[in-house]
Design a protein around this ligand. Structure first.
Ligand code: SF4
Length: 362
């Protein structure tokens, strides 16, 4: 395997990072809880998007105890729009463990921290190095790209073996002092300089250590097998409004995609599904409803990591009044804002609800 001059590499990387790092709210102190929250939010999400979410989250739940005691619905509401909601549920479950088993102090050993819900090797390394200064690697996609290029590693980075190999290399490369800065510097280098396309090699602080650049192969690395394209699901999504002007919402199951989020009723459709089939399905699902008329109001497309939802939205006006309780509720449309909805259903609140239900009421 190719080698890097450890001390000179550490020096060049840290000098660059410490002179010019971004001013981010979770870097203001070394609070392990705040670092933890930020790292969970940053998974799959850009820094600029995370900042306002992080500030709001920490102002509402400033300590592990505050988060542990919060209602799950309030936590999901603050997370609304960030996506990957299981991150929020796992974070709260793990924080409950921290308050119950560790007196509210985030543990500082790899073994203990890795045992918490939702904490994998990357998050463990980030918290241990940034908050506690421990020389533990934190290998995310950015770091894998940087390391693959620096050392011309041609293993497929989608495979766990490649991540373990890079972790092992980094265990020898991380300085015992400044471990947190070193990890953050590598991530920052990947995010801002050694980018997936067109890496900025001419201004790169570690160009003199980079084997890919020396061999002119930086654009060929890292090697990453193509993911399967996401599968498309088609839904007829219904905004059902009863004679009192209230809207039907329901809670998703406790597990699986968007668990415990609220939504408008969805009926899986195919190319042939029409309004008649929709009314039929709704009256079977909600006995006692009497449909007055149905209008197609909106199309919404939402891409998850592995599924695409193509949603046709229908406004369904009822002739009668409906009473529901539990995981299905009839709500005045103005009160929908108190409930956590996923981004796709939020688009329906901003579209059909705002324009066709609230907007046309008077
Ligand atoms: S020289 Fe280019 S390829 Fe190498 S680490 Fe720097 S930006 Fe990445």
């Amino acid at each position: 395997m190719k080698q890097i001059q450890t001390t000179a590499f550490q020096h060049d990387l840290l000098t660059w990072y410490q002179a010019d790092n971004r001013d981010l709210p979770w870097r203001k102190d070394q609070d392990p809880y705040k670092i933890w929250v930020s790292e969970i939010m940053l998974q799959q999400t850009r820094v600029e998007t995370v900042i306002p979410y992080f500030n709001r989250f920490i102002s509402l739940f400033p300590t592990p105890e505050a988060l542990a005691e919060a209602a799950e619905e309030d936590v999901l509401k603050v997370w609304e729009g960030l996506g990957y909601y299981s991150r929020a549920r796992n974070l709260q479950a793990a924080v409950k463990e921290v308050t119950a088993d560790y007196g509210g102090k985030v543990p500082d050993t790899e073994k203990e921290i890795r045992s918490l819900r939702g904490i994998g090797p990357y998050t463990a390394g980030a918290i241990l190095s940034i908050a506690y200064g421990k020389p533990v690697p934190a290998v995310d996609g950015n770091v894998m790209r940087v390391m693959s290029r620096l050392l011309t590693l041609y293993d497929d980075i989608a495979k766990p073996k490649a991540r373990i190999q890079i972790e092992n290399i980094l265990r020898d490369l991380i300085p015992t002092e400044d471990a947190g800065d070193f990890n953050q510097a590598l991530m920052e280098l990947g995010a801002t300089v050694c980018t997936p396309k067109n890496p900025q090699c001419l201004t790169c602080p570690v160009v003199s250590h980079c084997h890919a650049r020396a061999e002119g192969v930086e654009s060929l690395l890292p090697v990453k097998a193509k993911k399967k394209p996401p599968r498309t699901e088609r839904w007829q999504t219904t905004v059902i409004v009863d004679a009192d002007g209230r809207v039907l919402i329901q809670k998703r199951p406790e597990t699986g995609l968007l668990a415990n989020m609220w939504e408008f009723p969805m009926i899986e459709s195919d190319e042939q599904s029409g309004e008649e089939a929709l009314i039929d399905a709704l009256t079977k699902r909600y006995s006692g409803i009497a449909v007055d008329h149905v209008t197609h109001t909106q199309q919404v497309r939402h891409v998850f990591s592995h599924i695409v939802w193509e949603m046709d939205v229908f406004l369904v006006r009822l002739k009668n009044r409906v009473s529901l309780s539990g995981d299905e509720l009839m709500m005045p449309p103005e009160e929908l804002t108190y409930y956590p909805f996923s981004v796709s259903h939020q688009k329906i609140i901003d579209g059909t609800i705002a324009e066709e239900v609230i907007g046309k009421r008077s």
